[in-house]
Design a protein around this ligand. Structure first.
Ligand SMILES: Nc1ncnc2c1ncn2[C@@H]1O[C@H](COP(=O)(O)OP(=O)(O)O)[C@@H](O)[C@H]1O
Ligand SMILES: [Mg+2]
Length: 236
């Protein structure tokens, strides 16, 4: 397997002071990886930097063997990186289908790709299929989360970043979203999901744990199930 994503020595902050203190990790092509950590650990900062929304003070992001340098967020989408941001942020006044189409902006010249991705997404989430003509603002929280993930998939990414899909959802609805990651993986998209909720672990091939802007653990999901690790890093 090759490293699809290689993050090297990332130092990122919002002012003078960094909140990431030299973060290194890789995500292999064809895996579902979960980045766990408590609120404020630096998870959103990490995925925002990978997506090009934040500039690192130092360090690099390599994707498919290339240094992304100062590539813009939209150039990164074209290169195959798609972020489903924290807090869902669907367009409430547009329908499910219109929201999905907007996610395919970088692919708009290829109507076949847009059509294929649309049917794939509606197949992953039958609830969206039933509500495809409904305004996004009238969906439940869980359905809006499915829509946000679906919209991020519309660019047919090689790497899908999902930031806290489970936030504010019931355990049952969170599972629906986590379970879909195995199908997304099987269809050729590598997944890096960010979670505070250790309930995501059984759905991941590998886990990374972040604490105060530093990675403190990398390993297979099963090990993290051990009580001592959960207590030490996740407050669970
Ligand atoms: N826009 C911002 N301006 C200043 N500080 C921020 C901003 N966003 C996040 N931070 C700070 O950076 C740290 C990491 O935040 P974040 O990456 O959002 O963590 P997580 O996603 O793990 O909850 C926190 O201490 C947070 O307060
Ligand atoms: Mg966050």
């Amino acid at each position: 397997m090759m490293a699809l994503l290689h993050v090297e020595g990332l130092v990122v902050g919002y002012g003078q002071f960094p909140v990431l203190h030299g973060v290194d990790f890789t995500v292999q092509e064809g895996e579902v990886c979960v980045l766990l950590g408590l609120n404020g650990a630096g998870k959103t900062t990490t995925v925002s930097t990978i997506a090009g929304l934040l500039r690192p003070q130092s360090g690099r992001v390599h994707f498919a063997g290339r240094d992304l340098g100062h590539k813009s967020p939209s150039a990164r989408v074209s290169a195959g990186i798609s972020l489903c941001p924290e807090g869902r942020r669907v367009f409430p006044g547009l329908t499910v289908r219109q929201n999905l189409k907007l996610g395919a902006w970088t692919r708009r010249k290829s109507s076949a790709v847009v059509r294929d991705q649309m049917s794939l997404v509606l197949d992953y989430f039958p609830r969206l299929s039933e509500r495809s003509g409904q305004l996004a603002g009238t969906l439940s929280g869980g359905e809006q989360q499915m829509l946000a993930v679906g919209r991020a998939l519309m660019s047919r990414p090689k790497l899908l970043l999902i930031d806290e899909a489970s936030l504010g959802l019931s355990p049952t609805v969170a599972r629906v979203v986590w379970e879909v990651t195995s199908r997304i993986k099987a269809d050729g998209t590598t997944v890096l999901m960010v979670e505070q909720n250790a309930g995501a672990l059984p759905f991941a091939d590998r886990a990374l744990i972040m604490e105060k802007g530093t990675l403190v653990y990398t390993g297979v999901g099963d090990e993290v199930q051990q009580v001592n690790l959960r207590e030490a890093y996740l407050g669970a």
